[in-house]
Design a protein around this ligand. Structure first.
Ligand code: SF4
Length: 463
């Protein structure tokens, strides 16, 4: 059995009939009845579609500025259409720049070629030869766009990018979405759908794969092989290469690593680049600035300013980077809920690390616990250079008494990054422990956070 058929065989055998009976799929298949195309209609709709892709201002319409183009596309003779004739027509339009005129001239010329070669016969319009012409009209990176547009015009052409992705996962165990991967061009998907012998038509194969990949989700048809594949509930899993192979994550595209839940710390620079930038100039500047060892921590204001100088003026990359950092920071300091328990100094460190690691000043926090040592509340006691007078037992225990705490833990940071306790830290701790004994609210630990490390007085037996 040919490799591209296996997917459709299993799809048909296991869930084909239930997918086919769903109203979404039925509607999709019924709407593929061939309709004859009117040249006027198709030409005008094509212009409506491609003008925004060529960044023509929204203010230019068939009634304002572009009337010669809209009229001309209906009047040109497809057999004898000449470039200079199209250019003259575009020169009569107002508001277009030279590059847009150039793009529109070649789009109109190719459209005339399509009209000449197919006579707008829908069967001819979706042949691979004609599709190659449609792909010349739409911008280079949007070949799927062309197919989707043709489908909207009533031409039953396979156009499901996500169906192709599901097929790739099932048949190859991979779904590299890398732009470099030429196999992701829809031409390959069209060939696969044409060559399969399981479903009656290529279009039907495409629609069933689309349903399986979750394209009908809005209509209540939740396919399982969508952006985040739900392999545990997939009836095709036993035969699926993606499910069988966990793969070597080093060779996977970043999208695939996300889908497989395989992002590690070493991937963060690439992940940031993927998240933050689709603009090649921004991507290049980011690439030069990312530090594989400490990618997020290192983004000081000075470094952001350096990066800002390498950006296009209208870029808001710096803001997006700040937003990402802030998001991670907030995630890291997400508050504990009452009744959660700290079971080790490591858990205390993990909870406060993000909040304290970049503080320029020392900050002293207490966590108040109930009689089963479950979390009650946390309080900021003070900020600044810590000394005995700033961390006064009165401040610490007033709050503990107010919350009726049965015990407490102290945490503070060393902006220097060195977590070793100073003489002052020893004196403060000793004093708090003594008062705790007197008032019946023991100090269970004092954790000092310094950079990525910490010291626990309790772990070191210093309490
Ligand atoms: S097992 Fe997972 S990856 Fe494979 S076809 Fe099913 S949902 Fe898709």
């Amino acid at each position: 059995m040919a490799e591209h058929e296996h997917f459709f065989q299993i799809l048909q055998k296991k869930i084909g009939s239930s997918l086919r009976m769903h109203p979404w799929t039925t509607a999709q298949l019924n709407s593929s009845n061939i309709r004859l195309m009117s040249r006027k209609n198709l030409g005008e709709k094509l212009l409506d579609q491609i003008l925004p892709l060529f960044e023509v201002s929204e203010e230019l319409t068939r009634f304002a500025g572009l009337q010669p183009l809209y009229d001309g596309i209906n009047l040109l003779d497809p057999v004898y259409c000449r470039k200079d004739e199209v250019l003259r027509m575009l020169e009569k339009c107002t508001g277009l720049d030279d590059s847009q005129r150039e793009q529109l001239t070649s789009a109109v010329m190719v459209f005339m070629d399509i009209v000449k070669k197919t006579d707008l016969n829908p069967m001819q319009l979706k042949s691979i030869t004609t599709l190659s012409l449609w792909w010349k009209i739409f911008p280079e990176l949007k070949p799927w766009y062309a197919l989707k547009w043709l489908w909207q015009q009533g031409i039953a052409v396979p156009h499901s990018q996500s169906g192709y992705r599901a097929w790739r996962r099932f048949s190859h165990g991979s779904n590299s979405e890398s732009a470099k991967n030429a196999n992701l061009h829809p031409k390959r998907w069209l060939e696969i759908c044409e060559e399969q012998n399981v479903f009656e038509t290529a279009f039907e194969a495409d629609r069933l794969a689309a349903a399986f990949s979750g394209e009908g989700r809005h209509a209540g048809l939740a396919g399982v092989c969508g952006n985040l594949p739900d392999c545990n509930n997939c009836e095709l899993s036993l035969e699926c290469h993606w499910y069988a192979t966990d793969g070597n994550s080093e060779n996977m595209a970043i999208e695939e690593r996300i889908q497989r839940n395989k992002i590690s710390t070493a991937d963060i620079p690439e992940l940031m680049q993927w998240l933050l930038s689709s603009n090649p100039e921004e991507a290049k500047a980011l690439q030069n600035s990312l530090n594989a060892e400490a990618p997020l921590k290192d983004w000081s204001r000075e470094r952001l300013r350096e990066l800002e100088n390498q950006q296009p003026l209208d870029s808001n990359l710096i803001l997006r980077l700040e937003a990402l950092r802030e998001m991670c920071r907030n995630y890291g300091i997400e508050k504990l809920k009452p009744k959660d328990q700290f079971n080790s100094s490591r858990e205390i460190f993990n909870h406060f690390h993000q909040q304290l690691e970049n503080q320029k000043q020392e900050q002293f926090i207490i966590v108040l616990l109930d009689n089963k040592h479950r979390y009650l509340a946390e309080e900021d006691v003070t900020k600044g250079i810590l000394n005995k007078s700033l961390v006064h037992p009165r401040e610490v225990f007033a709050s503990a008494i107010e919350h009726r705490a049965a015990a407490l833990i102290c945490i503070h940071n060393h902006p220097s990054g060195d977590p070793e306790p100073s003489q002052e830290d020893f004196r403060i701790t000793e004093r708090l422990v003594e008062v705790g004994k007197l008032v019946g609210i023991p100090v269970l630990d004092h954790v000092i956070v310094g950079g990525d490390n910490y010291t626990s007085f309790a772990d070191k037996g210093l309490l």
